[in-house]
Ligand binder design. Sequence first.
Ligand SMILES: NC(=O)c1ccc[n+]([C@@H]2O[C@H](COP(=O)([O-])OP(=O)(O)OC[C@H]3O[C@@H](n4cnc5c(N)ncnc54)[C@H](OP(=O)(O)O)[C@@H]3O)[C@@H](O)[C@H]2O)c1
Length: 347
Amino acid sequence: MRLIDRNSSAADQTLRIQAAHVSTGEASGAYPEVRAPGRDAGVHYNTGMQGKVCVITGANNGFGFVSAQRLAALGATVVMVCRSRERGEAARQKIAAATGQRPELYVGDFLLQADVRRVAAEIGAAHDKVDVLVNNAGYAFSERVVTAEGFERTFALNYLAYFTFTRDLLPQLRRSGAGRIINVASSSHRWRDIRLDNLQGEKEFPIRRFPPLSGMYGWSNVCRIMLTYEQAERYRADGLTANCLCPGFVPVVRAGATAFQNLMIRVVPLFMKNVRTPEQAAETVVYLASSPEAASLNGVYFQSGVRMRSSDQTYDAALRRQLWAVTEELIAKAEANASIAQPQPIA
Ligand SMILES: NC(=O)c1ccc[n+]([C@@H]2O[C@H](COP(=O)([O-])OP(=O)(O)OC[C@H]3O[C@@H](n4cnc5c(N)ncnc54)[C@H](OP(=O)(O)O)[C@@H]3O)[C@@H](O)[C@H]2O)c1
């Protein structure tokens, strides 16, 4: 997508950009078809984001960081959620210096439901409303490890954290009047379908040396997309929207990655077409978060900036509802066993 002109004098204060390519759209399961803007129609970013509170997880690195910076530049109050105070603070300062804004920083390990809930409670106490929630923090792990709360960690970070963080911020999203939920997912959801009896890789856990190719990562992304479509349906009456995206293949050096993973992330792109930069990947996030056109999108999946249909399984409404119910049960069971600590009262 390329910026073509700034229409700052217009009443709606929008930036007009040309969409490099936008699909004609495919049927989105049970949802009414809403066409993404065509190539010549242009896309509008709302430059009047002042007063809008945008929460983004995993905001210190990669396209999460770029998205946070772009939203701050559009005037939004950006609430960054990071797992490391040091990395989060460094990113916060970079955004402040680049935009003149004062992003906020909250710290939590989203592998743990207790931290997810504590951070949601802290943000909820500080903000009466949240206009945009971008669930982005995620990782592709190579081995099956269970967290202290008893959840397989890919499932816990990539999916359960999205579920609970959104659930706990629902009052604030509702108060926005038109809250937008944006869930980052991955095209790896296409590789295999989920099974409810193997949601956490209990029976089968295919491992690859390059973790993004591992089955568990793909399955967690099926869950993320199904969650989005279910949120779209359940929260529609509250005036909320929920959409999801795969950023495309965006090579990023990650904190804690092994030397082999970092080597792969540098070498693999040399042999690939369609490698995307964090700036390109952030376009869809910023579009969904700010564009007036995107306000009408609900239950939609974008891949590499193009609206398209996700895998057939993700449109199975009965399975989606079962997944939701199973998720609620899992969380309730862990809470009852006190393996998830209750959030501490805010001092
Ligand atoms: N890059 C791609 O090609 C690609 C493709 C498809 C989907 N995705 C999805 O895009 C999202 C962003 O990933 P990325 O590729 O941009 O990687 P990234 O730059 O490493 O971003 C991931 C972010 O999540 C944070 N995070 C990781 N573990 C966390 C935890 N336990 N608690 C809280 N935050 C945590 C990271 O913090 P630290 O910096 O402290 O680790 C980082 O800020 C992920 O959900 C991923 O599944 C990426």
